[in-house]
Ligand binder design. Structure first.
Ligand SMILES: [Zn+2]
Length: 62
């Protein structure tokens, strides 16, 4: 997994200032802005992404 650099800033998810990593653009009303998240929120986002993608791999249980 590729590691992105930590930069000083603030987390879009928990709004705490500190070292954050770029997580991608956020878009609203035709405009976009860069979004950053702290390490705990990145871990949460990774779990969300993993869960979301596993849904598409799910086979019937029986
Ligand atoms: Zn955070």
């Amino acid at each position: 997994m590729r590691t992105r650099p930590l930069v000083p800033g603030w987390c879009l998810l928990c709004r705490n200032a500190g070292m954050v990593v770029w997580i991608g653009p956020v878009e609203h009303d035709g405009q976009s802005a860069p979004a950053y998240a702290c390490e705990p929120c990145c871990e949460y986002a990774r779990q969300y992404i993993s869960f979301y993608n596993k849904q598409w791999d799910a086979r019937p249980a029986s």
